[in-house]
Design a protein around this ligand. Structure first.
Ligand SMILES: [Zn+2]
Length: 172
């Protein structure tokens, strides 16, 4: 009689542990504040331009980083526009010791790439681009080392993870 009761308690604890761990394992993404107000209005047709003011050319890294998103979700499509038709601008220059390698203004859809730290991200340029584009897409930094939207460092992969994509599915 007593052991049955204890077994029931143990099963109950097990069920609660499962329920708890499934919430802990929820997707690791965060939307930017008010992201729905400035998310892409035409996510299937996002036009970008690139302005190179520094010595390094990021054109192929931009194409590669954008492909990372396109390969993982059919909801976003990017193509190169021109001066008269663009939704997002990339701008590279030596911006000094700002503390950031790249920075995105998600409302203006402006991605800055800082030549000053080139040697620190030379092998991860496409990932840096993909991360910053994640902000333009409406995602915030996440305190996790696994996702593309990690708040610092590199995974040596330009691909958003399933968690990053869940964020996109939440918004689009
Ligand atoms: Zn970031």
């Amino acid at each position: 009689m007593k052991s049955k009761f204890i077994r029931k308690i143990i099963i109950l604890i097990g069920v609660f542990t499962l329920a708890f761990s499934s919430t802990v394992l929820a997707a690791e993404y965060k939307l930017l504040p008010l992201a729905s107000l400035y998310k892409w209005s035409t996510p299937q047709d996002i036009k970008w331009i690139y302005i190179q003011d520094g010595v390094y050319d990021y054109h192929s890294s931009i194409v590669s980083g954008l492909n990372g998103w396109e390969e993982k979700t059919s909801k976003l499509n990017y193509s190169e526009g021109d001066d008269s038709s663009w939704d997002m601008r990339f701008w590279s220059d030596d911006m000094g010791s700002t503390g950031w390698h790249g920075w995105c203004n998600p409302v203006l859809k402006l991605v800055n790439l800082n030549d000053y730290y080139y040697s620190s991200f030379i092998n991860d340029k496409a990932e840096l681009v993909a991360h910053e584009v994640g902000h333009a897409n409406g995602l915030d930094d996440v305190d996790s080392t696994k996702v593309l939207m990690r708040s610092s460092g590199y995974n040596h992969s330009k691909y958003p993870t399933s968690d990053d994509i869940e964020g996109i599915n939440q918004l689009y």
